[in-house]
Design a protein around this ligand. Structure first.
Ligand code: ZN
Length: 82
């Protein structure tokens, strides 16, 4: 029996690279956002709205109980800067 290696000796890479999360998984979840520092975020309905409102460090966080995305709201950015 031959091992699953091509003639060139390269091992075929797995078609699904595990890289944290897939973008399709992020797209399949409804957008909900919560601030890392406070309770803000419930008024944000989309990623675009979050960007427009000045949120920063928005990351996909599917394991959070209260939201699927985590960021820093404009108010908390102001506090951190002072
Ligand atoms: Zn905040």
């Amino acid at each position: 029996m031959n091992p699953p290696i091509s003639d060139t000796g390269e091992i075929t890479p797995s078609p699904e690279k595990r890289k944290g999360f897939s973008s399709s998984e992020a797209d399949s979840l409804p957008f909900s956002l919560v601030c890392q520092e406070c309770d803000a975020g419930t008024e944000i309905a989309s990623r675009e709205q979050a960007n427009a409102a000045g949120w920063a460090d928005i990351i996909f966080a599917p394991d959070l109980p209260m939201a699927n995305w985590l960021g820093v709201c404009p108010s908390c950015q102001k506090v951190a800067a002072e």
